[in-house]
Design a protein around this ligand. Structure first.
Ligand code: VGL
Ligand code: ZN
Length: 205
């Protein structure tokens, strides 16, 4: 059984949003077309409390996109984004949501970030996604969403580690850094992930 995982397709990650991923909105029509190909569609939602320690604004004297050590983990300092119940945290309005059966929220602990939809960055707290998928009989996961070099990448790494056959739909994601995305895809391929373009799934290849 195959599931489509829609990672963080939220207003703040779209052009005009607070942590805009270049061209991030381009994936939405494609993701909408892909959804009917899957028996199960699940989404993740970045969902930070005010004062989250991944926000540069929580570290006076530090700059956005600087890297710091946060309780022993490397942490990029981001602009405030996806604050709980803010409009920017909403799933993108153009994303079809009627077939999304469950939404897993992450990044909810103030002191630790969570790029992956499965675990926080310290692998201390599970979101329950892996157990949910197993409970639904899922053996294969396909990932799409934002950002390709952060939350899609780390979610795919955890999906592989959890034993799911893992495929990244490469044209159904956009990244913050082009170089970072290339490195992420190379690492995922080396670790056993499959990379496909959406046309192959839509019978157009
Ligand atoms: C993300 C940076 C910070 C993502 C979330 O969804 O890729 N990136 N929070
Ligand atoms: Zn975040």
């Amino acid at each position: 059984m195959k599931a489509l995982l829609l990672i963080d397709i939220q207003t703040d990650f779209l052009p005009g949003g607070r942590l805009a991923v270049p061209d991030g909105d381009a994936i939405i029509p494609l993701v909408n077309t892909l959804q009917p190909q899957f028996e199960l569609v699940v989404a993740s939602q970045d969902w930070h409390p005010a004062g989250h320690q991944s926000f540069a604004s929580s570290h006076p004297g530090r700059s956005q996109f600087e890297q710091i050590d946060l309780h022993g983990l490397p942490q990029v300092l981001w602009p405030d984004h996806c604050t709980q119940a803010s409009a920017g945290a909403d799933l993108a309005p153009a994303l079809r949501s009627e077939r999304i059966e469950a939404i897993f929220r992450k990044g909810t602990s103030v002191e630790i970030d969570s790029y992956s939809a499965f675990f926080d960055n310290g692998h201390r707290k599970s979101t329950g996604l892996a157990d949910y998928l197993r409970g639904r009989g899922v053996t294969e996961v396909y990932l799409a969403g934002l950002a390709g070099d952060y939350c899609v990448y780390y979610s795919a790494l955890d999906a592989l580690a959890a034993g799911f056959a893992t495929t990244v739909i490469t044209d159904a994601t956009r990244a913050i850094s082009v170089e970072g995305f290339a490195a992420a895809l190379a690492d995922l391929r080396a670790k056993g992930a499959t990379l496909v373009e959406s046309a192959a799934l839509l019978g157009q290849a």
